[in-house]
Structure formats: C-alpha cells, structure tokens
Design a protein around this ligand. Structure first.
Ligand code: AMP
Length: 280
C-alpha cells in the first residue's frame, strides 16, 4: 500500500492500473468507513482511499479546527484490513493552491434544505472537493455512505447532471451495537453523552415503526421525537423530517419510499442520522 501526497504521483500511478474504486473520507476512520472500503474492494481491481479534511465544507464557527486528524492511525487501520492500493492524503496547498477555490460546484436548491439550511455552503464545499477528487483519481466507482443521506443524494444528482463518468455505490450505515451511527464526531462525546446518543436512532426506529403501521402524520411524529429529545438535554434540534427517499422532497401520504432524517446537538457535538422506510 502506498501513501501518496501529490496529485502528480497519484496520476502517474493511475495510468498504470485497471479499474479503480474510490472511497473519499476525512479520515479518523472507523468501522463505518471500513464497510465502504470493503464494498470498494469488491467493486473494482484497485482501491483508493482519500483522507482530506476539507475546509471548504465547514462553516465559520464549525469544528474544522478540532476535527480529528489521525493519519498514522488511519494508515495502520487500512493496512491491517488489507487490499487497499493507495491512500491519497494531499495537504491543503496541494488541493487548494489558491487561497480561495475560484471555480466551485453549486448544487441545486434541495442542498439548501435539511443540513444545508443549517450549514450554508456546506454542500457546495462537498460537491466542489468531490469533483476535484473525481478529476484527480479518475475512478470507475466511488463509494458513499447512506449515513450522510443528503450528501449521497447531492453527489448522485451531481454525477447525473454533470455527466460525470463514474458510478456511485451507496453503502449502508454502520452502527454500534446500541444503534448509534458510527461517526468520527462520536469521539467528542463524554461518557454520559455517548450513553444518550443512541436516542436518535431509537426515535428514527419508532417513527419508522409508526409509519409502517399506517401512521402518516409525519409532523406529529416529528414533534413527539423533538419533545422527548429536548427533555433529555438535546438542543439545536435542527430537523426531524420525513422525505421522499428518491427526490428528498417533503414526503406525501402516498409515497412508498421514505427516509426520516434527523440532526441534533448533544453538548457541543452535532450528530446526524437517518432511516429508510420502504412501504412496497
Ligand atoms: P467522512 O469521513 O465523515 O467524510 O465520511 C466519509 C465517507 O464515509 C462518507 O461517504 C460517509 O457517508 C461514510 N460514512 C461515515 N460514517 C459512516 C457510517 N457509520 N456508515 C457508513 N458510511 C459512513
């Protein structure tokens, strides 16, 4: 396994190999990332994992500075799992030689809803860095986690709309035994917060069960979840929302493929999660 830091070296390597599956990450890897890597290895002859904490997708006052950076540990984890050809870990100057990235990819209005409403410019930052990475790696397939459902949606629609020559492979959310979605940000949680954190998944599961049992009053179900989360010390509950899983628009009573999405803060840590509901 090689660790490559420059675009030139990555491109030189890319010319020498066949099909490539790509897993873009911000590092601080956990078992959720590992399931993406597992899927990538099965999908092509070679696998590239990128590790880059992308300043462009963080807003002012967000956790860019404290975001965990653990390259050595990440490389050891990947080496242990085996089968990855390249870790691409550029520094900021390599990817953003200009102080400001002048050309950026602006996603459509749906990216200003849900997380986008609370993190202005976030998905433009994501779409821009992913486009740059796609242009550098020239992979055949890229794996993205359903944990970041709106991000997956933005990337899938960007690839379609801009005719990018790459296939997107969605990967199911990896969870701890108590249901908490694995996330690099879980490292910020105190022991008490970690005990409380699975509540998000608990509410998603309850809402899903209610909808499957025929309850279509999505806003009542959301209010019930929000009320309980507040009582238990959660704050800045950005949204609890049921959407059409294929369009990400507000769910109607006749939709069959739904996704319930949630974002809330516990202590200083913002967590997101979602669950799909298939009524077919
Ligand atoms: P990040 O390093 O958080 O930017 O995530 C990199 C990729 O890993 C994204 O495609 C995420 O959706 C995915 N990912 C993060 N956490 C999980 C998880 N718990 N299960 C599956 N995929 C995940």
């Amino acid at each position: 396994m090689k660790i490559i830091h420059t675009i030139a070296e990555l491109r030189a390597w890319r010319k020498t190999v066949g099909t490539v599956a790509f897993v873009p990450t911000m590092g601080s890897l956990h078992a959720g990332h590992m399931s993406l890597i597992h899927a990538a290895k099965a999908a092509a002859e070679h696998t590239v994992v990128s590790i880059f904490v992308n300043r462009l997708q963080f807003g002012q006052g967000e956790d860019f500075d404290r975001y965990p950076r653990t390259l050595e540990n990440d490389a050891a984890l990947i080496a242990e799992q085996g089968g990855v050809d390249v870790i691409f870990a550029p520094d900021e100057k390599e990817l953003y030689p200009n102080v400001i990235q002048q050309y950026q990819v602006t996603p459509p209005a749906i990216a200003e809803e849900l997380c986008g409403a609370f993190r202005p410019g976030h998905f433009r930052g994501v779409a821009t860095v992913v486009t740059k990475l796609f242009n550098i790696v020239e992979a055949d397939i890229a794996c993205f986690g359903k944990k970041d459902f709106q991000q997956l949606f933005v990337i899938q629609s960007m690839v379609k709309d801009l005719n990018m020559n790459i296939q997107i492979l969605p990967v199911d959310t990896g969870r701890a035994e108590d249901g908490l979605a694995l996330s690099s940000r879980n490292a910020f949680l105190t022991a008490d917060q970690r005990n409380e954190a699975p509540r998000l998944y608990h509410h998603l599961s309850r809402m899903k069960a209610a909808i499957e049992a025929g309850d279509r009053d999505y806003s009542k179900l959301a209010v019930q979840a929000v009320t309980d989360l507040r009582v238990r010390g959660w704050h800045d509950i950005d949204y609890v929302d049921t959407r059409n899983a294929e369009t990400l628009k507000a769910a109607s009573n006749t939709d069959h493929k739904l996704v319930i999405l949630i974002a809330a803060r516990i202590g200083s840590t913002r967590l997101i999660d979602n669950i799909e509901v298939n009524l077919d």
